[in-house]
Design a protein around this ligand. Sequence first.
Ligand code: PLP
Length: 382
Amino acid sequence: MRDEVSWGVTRPMRSPLLTASVYAMPDLDTLDRVLTGKETGYIYARDAHPNSTSLAAQLNRWHGATWGLITGTGMSALSLAFLGLVQPGDRIVSSRSIYGRTRQLLDQELARFGVRTDGVDTNDLDAVRRCLQQPTRVLFVETISNPLLRIADISALAELAHAAQACLFIDNTFASPLLCRPLELGADLVMESLTKMISGHSDVTLGYLGGREATLAARMQQIRSIWGFSGNPFDCWLTERGMETLHLRMQAACANAARLAQWLTTQPRVRRVIYPDLPEHPDHALAQRLLPAGRGNMLGLELEGGRDEVNQWLRRVPGIPFCPSLGDTQTTCSHPDTTSHRYDSAAEKAAQGITPGLIRLSVGCEPFEQLQAELARGFGNR
Ligand SMILES: *Cc1c(COP(=O)(O)O)cnc(C)c1O
């Protein structure tokens, strides 16, 4: 028999990390009361554990969700949502401009189960309306798309989806609930890869799926447990800790990104800068309306010389680590053509504008001058 931990009449300032995978019950009657929800308790960590409950509660508050579930990765939150929503024979309509692994989930994995996905330019509302004339179960879109930072007009898309009896599901990872709360704009489901800005320190993989329709909650919870999509307590604990500074990190990173975007437009070896706050961005006006608190920390820059020049640039800026993720306190960079969108066809990449010269920056919270000096090294300026 192990001793119980106790902290007496004081309370710990940090919520405890409870690593237990299983909980003990005094008798059968208690088991029944916990399983039927008459009494609070935990039984098995794959079904629920205290650290994921408190993390989900915090994210539910931010998103205005009535229910929310933590999953082991962002991809498992996406898998969970689609598994809970579709049946063989159903059709999904998806934005063309989405994360490469999500594209594979739709086109390769769900296709194996007889679920068809049609792509559409979700910034062309007439095209979306036409596409939704065929029976559709789900309309899927990213708030800020990866990597070209196209902005989704969520309220307009929600109207179109609902008129067609489809449900609108949003990947809000690039925005986070601090910049955008899709459920408040009419979306039915929202997911976040907590791996990125929300945990914020490149030491966690987790996902979140939340919504407002109560009937979906029990179903999604069951699917999470059966398919084994749950997240572990330590990652939940780290993420809760990271979330305490999310507003500060996001503010600093958005401000850095906006200044950097301006400066990069003046650099001779840069062919194109992609940032929703720049007037030349196709969704500039939409971004002002949808993302009033900031246009995000993601930024694209296309170098003149393509792949060779990207290679040279990366070697000259070791202070901006080349790694295929985002949302760290430190500025990092990635190369969509060979990482996030590696498995997209050449035609798909060309259609989206993902070129060999495109670098994606995840701007962090460093002092701006330090960041600028490091990037300038890449252009051989100093
Ligand atoms: C990273 C990412 C995902 C997947 O999240 P993981 O936590 O890596 O599984 C999904 N969507 C977007 C937009 C992402 O950037």
